[in-house]
Design a protein around this ligand. Structure first.
Ligand code: ADP
Length: 378
């Protein structure tokens, strides 16, 4: 590319017009933001000037992005449009769009390799975007990643923590990176680690490390907390503890975006779920709607020593289908509670016994199977 760029190493107050003109031309010929910034740094432009230039430039296409605007009730805090990520010829995220409302817990559910982490890291501004746009709290991630970072909290992996510091010191250190002063004990209390305040990370269990990484993600009091597979590898008790913690953070009004390949986790924690498979979103809705929209029913199975006439079962509230084989009866229903009530009422009225009753509720696993033709955990 042949764009003229003068050195400004010694300028105290550089004229931004030149750098703005450079950025415009460089973007027009397809240079990425990272490439433009590295060119500008190479010739000595100070970071602040580069940021101001980007900010001034973006006032035109995004007039609101530089004035802090309070989000209205229906204005999303995250808006992802036609987002794509390519690695060479491989498409890891393929033209996905969704938005997240303030205060919502939004899940991205899918098998390994579906593109969940890549999506999340692009929203966080940690990975570059091949196509599409992302607005976070009204800021365009591609051009204002610095501003975006101040409103988001990211759960770091335990391996990113410095050796030799205790938990209190770690929290204080991370807070200082955001120019913040926090009370480390308050944060440790919140994640139920106050009794470990003087311990080092290597002395913590897997679940405790995950809770610490959430505490670190909260040091800048973010509007949005991102959790990437937070319970992978944890035992059931530690998983449930972490779910309680996530719920308490949600109840404080934080927006949470969580990736997981555990359907039960998504069901318990998320208000809405985007189901991803092979780089695309195959469904996006509330758990309730996902389970009901594709017509998967709950099945109720029981044994009886008596022969039950089909007419008796057919009229029970909610019953969709029924079958019987060797004294085992199977009913499917969209209204499990009403159907169970009706079944017990009928058993008293027609005096048939009910034995070994089991109920299998439709799960997100069933939804995933129906939508994709394969299991969530192949
Ligand atoms: P998930 O989080 O759903 O398990 P990822 O977003 O980590 O999936 O990965 C999506 C796909 O992109 C995978 O096939 C993965 O191998 C591929 N991928 C991720 N990072 C890179 C990379 N840096 N280079 C090439 N391929 C990558």
């Amino acid at each position: 590319m042949n764009i003229c760029l003068n050195s400004h190493e010694n300028d105290i107050l550089p004229d931004l017009k030149e750098v703005i003109a450079y950025i415009s031309e460089a973007r027009a010929v397809g240079l990425s933001q990272d490439e433009i910034i590295s060119e500008l740094i190479k010739v000595g432009w100070p970071n602040g000037a580069i940021r101001s230039a980007f900010a001034q430039l973006l006032k035109v296409p995004y007039p609101h992005t530089h004035n802090q605007i309070e989000l209205g009730p229906n204005q999303p805090i995250i808006e992802v449009k036609n987002l794509t990520k390519k690695y060479g010829n491989f498409t890891a995220v393929d033209n996905i769009s969704f938005s997240v409302q303030p205060g919502e817990t939004f899940g991205i559910l899918g098998p390994n390799g579906a593109g969940k982490t890549t999506t999340m890291e692009m929203i966080e501004g940690l990975k570059s975007i091949s196509g599409g746009t992302i607005l976070v709290d009204n800021k365009n991630v591609a051009h204002q990643s610095h501003d975006v970072k101040s409103v988001i909290g990211v759960q770091l992996q335990a391996s990113s923590f410095f050796d030799g510091l205790n938990l209190k010191e770690l929290i204080t250190t991370f807070a200082s990176m955001y120019n913040r002063t926090v009370d480390p004990m308050e944060l440790l209390e919140e994640v139920q680690l106050s009794d470990k305040a003087d311990s080092q990370v290597k002395e913590l269990s897997g679940g405790q490390k995950q809770r610490l990484s959430i505490a670190v993600g909260l040091v800048n009091d973010p509007k949005i907390l991102f959790l990437d597979e937070p319970t992978t590898g944890l035992d059931p008790q530690a998983r449930h503890n972490l779910w309680d913690l996530v719920t308490s953070i949600k109840n404080r009004g934080k927006t949470i975006v969580i990736t997981t390949h555990y359907m039960d986790e998504a069901e318990v924690l998320c208000d809405r779920i985007a189901i991803m498979d092979h780089a695309r979103i195959v469904a996006l809705d509330t758990t309730h709607n996902l389970l009901h929209s594709i017509g998967i029913d709950t099945s109720i199975e029981f044994k009886s020593g008596m022969i039950i006439q089909p007419e008796i079962l057919r009229v029970i509230s909610g019953v969709e289908t029924f079958s019987s084989e060797d004294g085992t009866y199977t009913i499917t229903t969209k209204q499990p509670k009403e159907t169970l009530d009706g079944l017990f009422t009928a058993s008293r009225q027609y005096k048939f016994d009910i034995d070994q009753l089991t109920m299998k509720r439709a799960t997100l696993e069933d939804v995933f199977l129906k939508l994709t033709g394969h299991q969530l955990r192949d």
